[in-house]
Each structure stands twice: as structure tokens, then as C-alpha cells.
Design a protein. Structure first.
Ligand code: NDP
Ligand code: MG
Length: 380
């Protein structure tokens, strides 16, 4: 029998658990493998419910803990090797990569196989390796779809339409926790405030990336890689209501937009169904309740990460990988109170000035760029 069903990398996270929730409505899609990291209890509960043949945990100790919590027999694999096994060899027709951060890169490459659909939530892997990923997908005869409200919106807007007719992509942004705060107040804010997102409930890193607007920067880079547009053809607009998830303006002046409630299960379902639609009973939009939809330009002085992402993708090569690695390290340092809010963007700009790119031809080039970024970060 050929590949069938779904494997979820990062099944215990925000996207992972919402993916499982969507799958409750589609019992025909069997869960083949689940992976978790620190949350073994949650992983065991999901495994007991969905009964995947393979479950991945970080190490032997976690394996013992998980085994004791499972009420059925399955294979428990461990570590990076186990993660790659779940990405490449679980037998799933659809692999959801819902890992957070750089750790998602190798599993992204491993999942790209003939006939397999890679449903990518892990934006960091596309940002660092975009051209290599899209090339590998084409070569393998795999399918790439994104689990992200903005990219799901864009894919829906260009559904059936010719890409050559795209004039502009308008990426909408909620504006994050500090949308209306003055720079002086953002500078002094505690990390806890940055983690209070106004419209979405997500993992820590992406919530912090939303506060700095680096999240929109990452999505900006993805847009350039995915839809073959130039950086000047991508515009970011602040849309506080998070109802219009992005728009595409075509060569004839028409604009297509995708609207829905701020519910990640909608883009997740669309991706799991290979970019097609089926009914569900998720809450619907209430237009009279919404009142108005507003759009404004982001303030570059308060949110320099947007400019940095534009710069990274314009410079090309491994600059986005350097940016991504430094962002990841800086986010961690900010959450631990060791780095100020604006130190993050200043650090990446300083790094760009001293980095020499040698081109992006293989995953090895990314590792070298990341090693350089780690060393740069360590030296401060
Ligand atoms: P979470 O932090 O909620 O979940 C991350 C998942 O990855 C968890 O299952 C976690 O396991 C696992 N994980 C973390 N570190 C490691 C590691 N070192 N090795 C193996 N597994 C690990 O993140 P989100 O679900 O919010 O985000 C996932 C990705 O999706 C990100 O790239 C994000 O940008 C993107 N995304 C998220 C959206 C959202 O609404 N949340 C929207 C659009 C995109 P454990 O919890 O067990 O430690
Ligand atoms: Mg998004």
C-alpha cells in the first residue's frame, strides 16, 4: 500500500495540537507519527487518542516516561534521528512540520519525497533555505503547502490564477503586542508584555516574533521565495482586526482577499486537504459585529525588523539564514532578560555589515552561515 495518512512533527505545540483537532473531523486521515519534545504527558494523551505507529521523544529517559503513559503498543524513536525518521519514513502522505525554529530545517528536507505533501508551518526552514526547498520539491515531485494564515490566504487568492499576473502581494499583520506603543515604552517593556498577543494564541517564539514584527519579515521572505516576486512587489499593512489574512493585487487592478475568523484550524484544514475545501463547523465571521476593517502602514522606526528582512532577502544567499539564526538567539536572550528589545535588530544589522556571503548552494552553506552567526552572537 502506498503512503497514506498524516505525520505531525511538533505535535505538542500550538499548531500541532490544532492540527490534531482538525483531524478529529477527518478520521479517514490516519495519524502515522507524532513527535514531541518537553511535553511528554500531552504527547502521550494525543498518542493514546490517535494511536500512531511511531512516536518520537528527545531521549531514552523520555522514552521510558512515555512508554509508561501509553495504553497501546507503538514504536518509540528518539532524538534528531527519530525526528528525521518521522519526517521521511513514517509512511505518511502528508507531513506537517510544526516544529519551531531552526530545528525544523533538516526535517523539512527529509520530508520532501515523491508524492508527499509537506504542510509547512515551520517558516524558519523556508526563510533560511527557500530556493533549495522549492527546488527539492520540484525535483522530487513533492507538493509544498503552507500552514500560516497569510500564506494560506495568498495561496487561496491565486488559486487557479496565473502567477505571472501578480502585481503585488499585500501581507497583513496584526501588529503584535506593541502595535500602538511608543518606542520609548516598548524599549522598557518586560518580556511578559511582548508575549500577550492581541489576536492569536501561539507558541512563545512566534508571539515574540510578532511583537518585533520579525514574524512579518519572515513571511515577507517566504513570499519572495514562494511566488517568484521581487521584494518591491510585497507590501506589509497593519490590519489590527486579523480578519483579512492577506491579499493579492493582479495586473488588471483587481485585488483578491481571503477573510475568515482568526482561527488557525481553517488554514490547517486547507493544507491537510491539499489546498481544497470541505465543510466544517468552526465559528463563522459576523460582518455586522466586526464593524470596520482598517489598514495602515507599519512604523519602521518602532519596528526595524521589517526593513532588516527586506535587506536580507535583497542581499540574498545566506543572509536570511544569518538573520534567522541571530533572531532565534536574540529572542531567547530577550525572554531571559539578557537583551533589550531593540538590541535584537541592532545586532542583526551589525552582523550584516561584517558578514561575507559565499552563496547558497547546499544545506552545508546554511550550517556554515549559522555557525558564523552563533560565533558573532557569542562575541557580542
Ligand atoms: P510551539 O512552541 O507551540 O510548538 C513547537 C513544537 O516543536 C512543540 O511540539 C515542541 O515540543 C517542539 N519542539 C520545540 N523544540 C524542539 C526541539 N529542539 N526538538 C524537537 N521538537 C521541538 O510553536 P507553534 O506551534 O506556535 O509554531 C510552530 C511553527 O509554526 C513556528 O515555525 C511558527 O512560526 C509557525 N506558525 C505558528 C502559528 C501559530 O498560530 N502558532 C501560525 C503560523 C505559523 P514540546 O512542546 O513538547 O516541547
Ligand atoms: Mg502568519
Amino acid at each position: 500500500m502506498g503512503k497514506h495518512g498524516v505525520s505531525i512533527l511538533g505535535a505538542t505545540g500550538s499548531i500541532g495540537t490544532q492540527t490534531l483537532d482538525v483531524l478529529r473531523n477527518f478520521p479517514r486521515m490516519r495519524v502515522r507519527a507524532l513527535t514531541g519534545h518537553s511535553n511528554i504527558k500531552q504527547l502521550s494523551e494525543s498518542a493514546n487518542e490517535f494511536k500512531p505507529e511511531t512516536v518520537c521523544v528527545p531521549d531514552a529517559e523520555a522514552r521510558i516516561r512515555l512508554r509508561a503513559l501509553l495504553d497501546y503498543d507503538c514504536e518509540i524513536v528518539t532524538g534528531d534521528e527519530g525526528l528525521l525518521y518521522c519526517a521521511a519514513e513514517s509512511g505518511a502522505a502528508t507531513v506537517v512540520n510544526a516544529l519551531t525554529g531552526r530545528v525544523g530545517l533538516e526535517p523539512t528536507f527529509a520530508a520532501i519525497q515523491p508524492g508527499v505533501t509537506l504542510a509547512l508551518a515551520n517558516k524558519e526552514s523556508l526563510v533560511t533555505a527557500g530556493p533549495l526547498v522549492t527546488e527539492a520539491v520540484k525535483k522530487a515531485g513533492a507538493k509544498l503547502t503552507l500552514i500560516d494564515s497569510e500564506h494560506s490566504a495568498i495561496m487561496q487568492c491565486i488559486e487557479g490564477g496565473a502567477r505571472k499576473n501578480i502585481e503585488k502581494i499585500i501581507l497583513t499583520a496584526s501588529g503584535g503586542a506593541f502595535r500602538d506603543w511608543p518606542r520609548e515604552r516598548i524599549e522598557k517593556a518586560a518580556a511578559a508584555a511582548a508575549l500577550r498577543h492581541p489576536t492569536w494564541n501561539m507558541g512563545k517564539k512566534i508571539t515574540l516574533d510578532s511583537a518585533t514584527m520579525m514574524n512579518k519579515g519572515l513571511e515577507f521572505i517566504e513570499a519572495v521565495y514562494l511566488y517568484g516576486v521581487r521584494p518591491e512587489q510585497v507590501e506589509v499593512l497593519i490590519h489590527p482586526q486579523s480578519i483579512v489574512h492577506s491579499m493579492v493585487q493582479f495586473a488588471d487592478g483587481s485585488v483578491m482577499a481571503q477573510l475568515s475568523t482568526a482561527d488557525m484550524r481553517i488554514p490547517i484544514q486547507y493544507a491537510l486537504l491539499g489546498n481544497t475545501r470541505e465543510p466544517n463547523d468552526f465559528p463563522r465571521l459576523d460582518f455586522t459585529g466586526i464593524g470596520s476593517l482598517t489598514f495602515e502602514k507599519p512604523d519602521a522606526r518602532r519596528f526595524p525588523c521589517l526593513r532588516i528582512a527586506r535587506e536580507a532577502v535583497s542581499r540574498g544567499g545566506t543572509y536570511p539564514a544569518v538573520m534567522n539564526m541571530l533572531n532565534e538567539l536574540a529572542v531567547q536572550a530577550y525572554l531571559e532578560g539578557e537583551l533589550g528589545f531593540y538590541d535584537l535588530s541592532a545586532l542583526i544589522e551589525k552582523a550584516f555589515d561584517s558578514y561575507t556571503d559565499r552563496g547558497l548552494n547546499s544545506p552545508g552553506d546554511i550550517r556554515e552561515a549559522e555557525d558564523w552567526a552563533q560565533e558573532f552572537f557569542r562575541k557580542g
